[in-house]
Ligand binder design. Structure first.
Ligand code: CUA
Length: 351
């Protein structure tokens, strides 16, 4: 009795740790355990099936073990050798056939899902096509049918199938929206991978880079914003509108000569680096400085967006070490303030 109690006492911290680890999984929207779309649901279904089977095996094996340990324990004064079962065909068949049956139960829906999730919607006229290009350390989203490009925030219409074509501009990254769909790698060497997903509900879903790609890998976040189809149309149209330069000529000159050499806004600037059109309405700056007010938890308050933009432009290397903006420009504090203000007001009205 004493020994069994000791055993439970030793097991307790392990159990407590498991509860903590499992509880942490359910937090926020970066969870595969809280699926928000059919693709994630299908994947979660497979996880549940696998966990159920494993749980069942654990329970049965432990129950039998405990029973045997207690029932057939050595009793005081007992010197006999127990009945030997080595080479028993009956037992060997039982413990071979049961795992085979369990594996078949697991394999059939898994293989089905593998083919189901590999469907190619790139030629489907009803699907919204998005070319995802990963960069160190940001995401580019191009809608080839709509002729628009954006960055960091993938806006999609609810209910529609989103057909993703994923590639990289530099190193290996992985495109992952845990609550909507499993990940897809973006491989160097001109390789293009595809996947699809959909979000039936309006909402904002957190995305992550899921392959170690450099010092800011862990900061390579993006958002998927699912809006109703009418809002999506408005967003796509608004993104094609021309954008005015800052009204202050000095700020406009600084913005043109220092920012637009790489970045694009409206129909101005270079196409190679994150398109800034509508950056004032995005949920984050640089994908990682979330535009949520610390006090009232409201998104996109003008001051929060401004503060994040200021912080980012002032020292991008402090926010995302190793990114390509580091040491690319020399701006006075007044110019940074002016540009941050201008960008924070560069909003798209579509919701
Ligand atoms: Cu990109 Cu990790």
């Amino acid at each position: 009795m004493m020994k069994r109690w000791q055993f439970v006492k030793r097991l307790a911290p392990l159990m407590a740790m498991m509860v903590l680890v499992l509880a942490a999984c359910g937090r926020e929207d970066l969870s595969t355990l809280n699926p928000q779309g059919p693709v994630a649901e299908e994947q979660f279904g497979l996880m549940k099936l696998a966990i159920l089977i494993m749980g069942l095996v654990i329970v049965v094996v432990f129950a039998i073990s405990f029973y045997v340990i207690i029932r057939f324990r050595r009793r005081p004064g007992d010197k006999t050798i127990p009945k030997q079962v080595e080479g028993s065909h009956k037992l060997e068949i039982i413990w071979t056939v049961i795992p085979i049956i369990l594996l078949i139960i697991l394999a059939v829906p898994t293989v089905q899902s593998v083919f189901n999730l590999a469907k190619d919607y790139r030629d489907d006229p009803d699907a919204v096509k998005v070319i995802v290009t990963s960069h160190q350390y940001w995401w580019e989203f191009e809608y080839p049918e709509l002729g628009i490009k954006t960055a960091q925030e993938l806006v999609i219409p609810t209910g529609k199938t989103i057909s993703i074509e994923a590639k990289t501009a530099d190193v290996l990254h992985s495109f992952w929206i845990p609550s909507l769909a499993g990940k897809i790698d973006t491989n160097p060497g001109g390789n293009v991978n595809f996947m699809y997903f959909s979000a039936p509900k309006e909402g904002v879903y957190l995305g992550k880079c899921a392959e170690l790609c450099g010092p800011s890998h862990g900061l390579m976040d993006f958002k998927v914003k699912s809006v109703n189809p009418a809002s999506f149309e408005r967003w796509a149209a608004a993104l094609q509108e021309p954008v005015a330069l800052p009204s202050d000529p000095a700020i406009a000159a600084a913005f043109e000569s220092k920012c637009l050499t790489c970045h694009a806004v409206g129909d101005m600037g270079g196409p190679a680096f994150p398109n800034l059109t509508g950056i004032g309405s995005r949920e984050s700056v640089g994908g990682i400085l979330v535009n949520v007010d610390a006090d009232d938890k409201k998104y996109n308050h003008e001051d929060t967006v401004y503060n994040n933009l200021y912080k980012w432009i002032k020292d991008p290397g402090a926010v995302k070490p190793g990114n390509l903006m580091v040491d690319q420009y020399d701006l006075t504090d007044k110019e940074i303030e002016g540009i941050a203000k201008y960008l924070s007001e560069l909003t798209l009205d579509y919701e």
